[in-house]
Structure formats: C-alpha cells, structure tokens
Design a protein around this ligand. Structure first.
Ligand SMILES: [Zn+2]
Length: 345
C-alpha cells in the first residue's frame, strides 16, 4: 500500500522538485493558455513537450539544437520531452530511436524519451512480449548514448503484469534512474475502474529502487491522481485540462462534470479558483476560462496531495473523495475497484 515515508522531492536537471509533480503538456500554439501564463498564474515549473512535433518541422529541426528548447519556449524550468512513440503507434514514422534521442538531448531537454513501442491492451502475450523486447533494447541503446539528459526507462507489457514486472527488473538492471509506466492510458476508463493501473503502479514501486521516480504517462484527471500517488506514482503529465475544456468538461477533485448541465453541482462545489471566484457560472460557458479552471484544479489537487502525504493523511482523504464521488456518479466503479484492489494486496 501507500508508502508514506517516501522522499518528498526528486532532483532533475540540477533542480529539486517536490513530489508528486504534475507536468502540463504544453502544445506550442495552444490558443487558450500561453506558457508564460502557466508559469506566472499557475506556478508551473516543469512541462512536457512533444519533441516529435518539433522535430518534424524542418526549420525547427535545424534551429533548435543551436537555440535550445528553453530559449525557444521562453521557459527556464524543467523540460521533459516525449519521443513521438504514440504518433508512431498510429502510423509509420520514418524516425529512428537513436535520432529522436539525439535530437531531444541536442535541444537541451532535461528528461527525454526513447522511441518505445506502445502496446495496447488488445495485444496478446506474444505480441506484447515482442514489443517489450524491442522497447528494452531501444532503452539500452539510448542509455549508452545520452550524456547530459536523463533517459526515461519506459515500461511496456500491455495488460500482462508479469511482462510489466520483467520490464521493471530489466530497467533496474540497466540502471534507469527514472521510469515511466507506458501504455496505461486506455485503462483510464470513463467509469474509473482503477484496479489494473493501481496494480501496475504498486508493483513498480515494489520492484524499483526507492530513489527511482515513477512517472505515469498521460494521467491528468484530478479525481484519479491522488489514488495513483497512494500507489507509488510520483510524476504525471497530461493535456487533459485543455481537452476536457474543449469538450466542455469542468474538472473537480471529485470527478469532471459536463459544464452545460451541471450548474447546480458546480454551485454547491464552490470552486475556490480565481476564475470561478471572478466569473462564477461564466466559467462554464467559456473554453479559455474552463481550461484555466481545469489546470488550476489539477495543480491545486497535486499540491494538496503533497501536503497530505507529508501528514500521513492521504488514505483517509481518499475515503472522503470516494464518498463524494459516488454520490455524484452512482454508476462509477472508483470506490469498488479501489477497495477490491486493496483487499488483494
Ligand atoms: Zn474554478
């Protein structure tokens, strides 16, 4: 179960960051939120950027190694980059592991990703094992290559916990100093069935050395993050604050509500963020304000969880979250999947 004695911070790129740490995914050209606003208004000190989107623009590919990504973004915090593995999963990319690792290091990213082979839950065990082998080989190749950046040891293994365990053991052997759990996004279900992700995280925390941070790729629902922290995850990245807003969803620590027909619940929740305080229900009708409210909610949730971990009060807090959540969403599996999982531990 929750290891509440674990280190409250991680050191990355020469800076220390309190954990849990949330990395908003920054997409250059985001019409709702600039990076300098994220820094000034939300206290963001670390972001996730897709290096492949930069790499595929010929002009940037040439300029960025000289200019550096931090200068380009106007951001001096921690920059974690993604490799395009997810895009490669959707269609063939003419991109090599070595090349995208070199590019990420050359542009000055602090924590970088290999070209791992994304393994969806539908893959059978032979396919998942094959993809795992290729992923581990690429990480081994990458670890020998990097000089300044931290290369993420990405775990794959699909829906097979025994494969995921083997991946972790190999990553530990290879000396990976930062591990991400990959391919779990399809398990973040609408009904919040947390069981598999919770198991994968618990296993990772047990197998990996205590000082190795565990990053859960793609997790950004403020309802679920505290549960993943309790299971041992330290770092999260997501653009869900933006995508939820674009689809009209208002995030709360108890679940996201469709903004169009949730005015009553939203009023009773009384969000303390500056946007809701100033605009009230207006937030529900404006994508830009909704995006800000959502990011504020994620950042505030993570900060709260950090404090609760320090006080050893996280598990008690989770019981309270489940109570409110199940009242709002009676069909949700959060409460039962969370408790069923606890009994199996
Ligand atoms: Zn708000």
């Amino acid at each position: 179960m929750a290891d509440e004695a674990r280190s409250p911070s991680i050191s990355l790129g020469g800076l220390s960051f309190p954990t849990p740490l949330f990395l908003p995914v920054f997409e250059p050209g985001n019409p709702y939120l600039r990076l300098d606003e994220m820094q000034e208004d939300f206290g963001v000190r670390a972001v996730m950027v897709n290096a492949y989107f930069l790499y595929r623009q010929r002009e940037l590919r040439r300029l960025l190694p000289e200019r550096g990504i931090k200068d380009y973004l106007g951001f001096d915090g921690l920059v974690v980059t993604d490799s395009g593995a997810f895009q490669a999963f959707r269609r063939r990319l003419y991109l090599s592991n070595k090349r995208i690792i070199r590019f990420q290091e050359d542009i000055g990213a602090d924590v970088i990703s290999p070209l791992d082979v994304v393994t969806p839950p539908g893959d059978d065990i032979a396919t998942a094992e094959g993809k795992l082998r290729v992923t581990l080989k690429r990480i081994e190749e990458g670890l020998a290559l990097v000089e300044r950046s931290i290369l993420i040891g990405v775990q794959q293994g699909g829906r097979f916990l025994e494969l995921r365990k083997r991946a972790l053991e190999r990553l530990a052997e290879l000396g990976a100093s930062y591990v991400a759990l990959g391919g779990l996004v399809p398990f973040f279900t609408r009904n919040h069935h947390l069981s598999f992700v919770a198991h994968a995280a618990t296993q990772a925390r047990r197998v990996l050395p205590q000082q190795v941070p565990i990053h859960l790729y793609g997790a950004g629902d403020p309802l679920e993050l505290p549960f993943y922290v309790a299971r041992g995850c330290d770092v999260f990245d997501s653009s869900s604050f933006l995508h939820y807003a674009e689809r009209g969803f208002y995030m709360t620590p108890y679940g996201a509500l469709p903004a169009a027909d949730s005015a009553d619940v939203v009023a009773s929740y009384a969000c303390p963020c500056p946007y809701c305080e100033e605009h009230g229900e207006g937030v529900l009708r404006d994508t830009g304000l909704l995006c800000r409210h959502n990011l504020w909610t994620v950042m505030a949730t993570v900060e709260r969880v950090r404090a609760l971990l320090g006080e050893g009060a996280l598990l008690e807090h989770l019981d309270g979250v489940v109570r409110v959540h199940q009242e709002w969403f009676p069909g949700s599996l959060l409460g039962t999947s969370w408790r069923a999982d606890e009994r199996q531990e």
